[in-house]
Structures are given as C-alpha cells and as structure tokens.
Design a protein around this ligand. Structure first.
Ligand code: FAD
Length: 447
C-alpha cells in the first residue's frame, strides 16, 4: 500500500467524528477558496466503521440534563435531518419515561427544549403518564412512571450504513480514506511541540494539522501525544481533587430480541419512537419471578430492521481494571472480555416484559450473538473537544457520540478559524477551572 508523504490535514479514525470532520472541512475549504477535500487524508487502522460507530445502537436524541449537551444535540439532529437518505436516518422521535426521582430533572429538560425551540410534549403525573403510554401501546404496564418526555425529533440511524453514506459524501468532495494504516507515534517540532508528522504502520506522513477521532482508543493516542494520564479537577465545592485518571472504561450493554421488528408497532400501526425507560420500581425476573434489582434501573429499545428485531440496551457497567491494562482490541463483538452474556439478556428481557405485556415469555427469542462494546470515558463522562500541541484537534466524545454527527461540522469550522460557542463548554481547561456540567439523577453516565 502506498501512503502519501504529506497531507495538509490528516484525520485519524474513520468513525462518525473523523468522517464528519473530513466531509465538513472539505466543504469549508472549498467555500473559502482555501483548498478542497483533496487536502484531507483520513487514515484508519482497520477501516470505515471499524470502531464504536459501526456497532452503535444508533439512537439520536436531545434528552440531556446538561444545557450545553442539549444545545449541541439540537445542532446535531439538524445535521442528521439535512440528508436523511445518505445518513440512513429514521426520524421516529424519542421518549424519556421516568420515575418520580427524575421528574424535576426531566421537567427542566422539557422547559429548556421549549426555550431552544426543540419540539417535545411533556406529560406529568402517574395517571396521565399511563394514559399517554396506553394511547401509544395498549399493552403498556410499567409501574411507578410519573413523567413522559416525548421528543418529536430525533430517532435512530443504521450504524454502518450511515458511516458508508458519510464516507461517500466525503469522497465525493475529494477526501481520500485509507484503511489498514495504524498510527504508532507522532513527530513534533522540538521548540513548539506542534505535530510535524505522524508515524504509521505504513511509514511516516508529514502533515500541517492533525485531527484525532479514535473513539474507544482515545487513551492510546492521548498517551502517544504525551498528554497527562492524571489530571486535577476543581469540584463544585471549590476544592481541588488531584490525581484523577483522565480515562476510564465502561462496558456498553446491548442486545436484540429476535422477534419480527413489526412486533413493536404503535396502536395505529406506525413505527414507534425510541423508548427509554428509567425506573425505581423493583424489577422481577420474567423467567421465575425472582427479584433482579430493587435499585434504579434503565433500558432503551426500538424495533430495528437492521439488527433484525427489537434492539436496545441497559445502563453500562464500569470496568474496574486499571485503565492501562484494559485491552480495547479486539474490539466490540470480537472482544473475549466485554461482550454481553446471560445476565444482561435476563435483565433486559425482564425489563421489556415489565414495560409491555407483549414481551412476557419472550426471552427464548433473545439473539445469542456477541454484542456490546467498550467506551473510553473522561473523568466527568462528558466530551473533550480541544486543540493540543498547537495543531492537534482531539475529538473525545466520551461515548456520547454516534448521535453527534454535527460535531465534525463545528470542528471543521474551528479549524477554519471560527470558534464555536457550542463547543466552548467542552474544553479540557474546564477540569482545572471547575467549569463542570451539572449532574443528573439518571442511572446512565451519559444523561
Ligand atoms: C455498544 C455501543 C452502543 C452505542 N450506542 C450509541 C447510540 O445509540 N447513540 C449514540 O449517540 N452513541 C452510541 N454509542 C457511542 C458512540 O458509538 C461513540 O461515541 C462514537 O461512535 C465514537 O465515534 P468516533 O468516531 O469517535 O470513534 P469510532 O467510531 O470508534 O472510530 C474510531 C476509529 O479509529 C480507528 N483507530 C483507532 N486507533 C487508531 C490508530 N492508532 N490508528 C489509526 N486508526 C485508529 C478505529 O479503527 C476506528 O475505526 C455506543 C457505543 C457502543 C460501544
């Protein structure tokens, strides 16, 4: 394989962020007359969609407790809507269905969605919530639900198809994508520290600007760039917390119930919104009636023809292993350590049956195939979008990011010189300055 000796813009990673940045940067360069997609090379150690973007459930939503996340997601939803076909996007909407302990948090989300003009319906109270849900599904039976936020925009996209659609758009603008090129190190200017070249498995590529978009491999490349392994964080109490690991890993739990996707339609025969249910009602086994948990739990699900059934997941598990010892490769379903087993299937199928009668007794149809994958999370579980070493843009989405198609557009704008107000709350300096995002009552680290 021949690789170019030089590329003006070198992007590492052909997932959602690398490809979106490449496509939008090509448009920026063309519009400003400063170049074109021909100035951009995307390299990937495996290939397009080989990472988290290729296995993601594909849910696209606005529902976040943090105002900065919500504004960023509203921007990304608009980008998804800009080319539904190429992005293989299904704008079916999204529902956050919650217990009383989350009522106040979700009420603020609903109020702020109104403020930013993001269309949603907010139902409050146990009786009205049940009626609303029964209006959609006559077999709805989840207990203890006291609010329903129904986002009319959002939905989901087909993971690999959307990546190939995005790659095609980038290539049509002249961007080159090379698979099988693994970055192994960086060369830099001894005085400024700026990156002058990238060392790869296929040789050295000189470059003027680097974008790192490597998803779950963020820690590996962060370490190659000699960025800090531990950081100091100013907490909400004003105290400094020292020696906090910059990266930790969580294992994402997802699977598919192998029923006909049409099995989950609304009462009027339409494809439903993506459903996300959090609950503090005791969860009992749909197999033998034993108690699975009396603590807060959460699941999400949707009918999905791409996965061939009703697909979804539950709250992720933290990986307790020292981050230096976590093996990211082989990734996703190929991992010997981080794929879903019987425990997940039992919990998730029982939770489906807790929510809707049609899922009772269906655990036997759970697809016994490898699923799930790991994500690299920052100390506060929110993204870092920032420039390091003068000319290296690091896109670390902390596993929020399949839905963040618009981040690449904003990053491309910043590379072209236009600072983005939407990206400002995600700078690395927020940790030492104590400019942290508010924390929600959700059982998920990404809400
Ligand atoms: C099971 C699962 C389900 C998820 N579901 C959702 C969801 O429903 N909605 C949502 O918004 N988010 C979801 N996420 C999170 C989302 O998938 C990720 O945040 C997002 O895809 C990350 O995109 P990325 O472009 O940064 O990285 P990736 O898509 O992982 O791409 C990184 C690429 O970098 C390449 N690479 C790595 N190291 C090197 C190197 N040294 N040299 C060259 N190339 C390299 C890899 O081969 C890979 O192709 C999910 C994640 C998982 C694991």
């Amino acid at each position: 394989m021949t690789i170019p000796a030089h590329s003006k813009y070198l992007i590492i990673g052909a997932g959602i962020h690398g490809l979106s940045t490449a496509y939008h940067l090509a448009l920026e360069l063309k519009a400003s007359g400063k170049g074109s997609g021909k100035d951009i090379l995307v390299i990937d150690k495996s290939g397009i969609a080989a990472g988290a973007s290729g296995i993601a459930c594909g849910v696209v939503r606005n529902n976040y407790f943090q105002p900065a996340m919500r504004e960023l997601m509203a921007h990304s939803v608009s980008v998804w809507e800009s080319d539904i076909e190429a992005y293989s996007y299904h704008p079916v909407g999204y529902m956050q269905i919650s217990p009383e302990s989350m009522h106040a948090d979700v009420a603020t989300i609903a109020a702020q969605q109104k403020d930013i003009g993001y269309e949603s319906v907010f139902i409050e109270g146990e009786k009205d919530s049940l009626n609303y849900m029964k209006g959609l599904f006559d077999d709805w039976q989840a207990k203890g639900i006291t609010s329903v936020l129904h986002e009319k925009r959002g939905g989901y996209a087909n993971n690999r198809k959307s990546m190939y659609g995005l790659a095609k758009k980038a290539e049509a603008e002249g961007v080159k994508i090379q698979s099988g090129v693994a970055v192994t190190g960086f060369m830099s200017d001894s005085a400024s520290g700026a990156i002058t070249a990238v060392e790869t498995s296929q040789g050295t590529i000189k470059c003027d600007y680097v974008v790192v978009a490597v998803g779950p491999w963020a820690k590996t490349v962060w370490d190659m760039l000699e960025l800090p392994k531990t950081i100091s964080i100013k907490g909400a109490d004003g105290n400094m917390h020292e020696n906090i690991n910059m990266w930790i890993y969580w294992s994402l739990q997802e699977g598919t119930l192998g029923v006909d996707p049409d099995y989950l339609k609304t009462n009027d025969g339409k494809l439903p919104p993506v459903l996300h249910v959090d609950s503090d009602a005791p969860l009992y086994s749909d197999v033998d009636g034993s108690l699975i948990t009396d603590e807060m739990w959460g699941i999400y699900y949707k009918p999905d023809f791409n996965f061939g059934g009703v697909q979804g997941g539950a709250a992720p598990d933290p990986i307790e292993t020292d981050p230096d010892d976590v093996a990211v490769d082989p990734y996703g379903p190929d991992s010997p350590d981080y794929v879903m087993g019987d425990e997940f299937a039992h919990m998730w199928c029982s939770a489906l049956a807790h929510c809707q009668k049609r899922f009772e007794g269906k655990i036997g149809m759970y697809k016994r195939e490898a699923s799930g994958g790991i994500g690299a999370f920052t100390p506060d579980s929110f993204p870092v979008f920032d420039v390091f070493r003068e000319n290296c843009y690091f896109i670390a989405d902390s596993n929020h990011g399949y839905k963040m198609l618009g981040v690449g557009k904003l990053v491309a704008g910043e590379i072209a010189g236009n600072t983005s107000r939407l990206l400002e709350p995600f700078r690395f300096s927020r940790y030492i300055e104590g400019k942290l995002h508010p924390v929600s009552s959700s059982p998920f680290p990404w809400s």
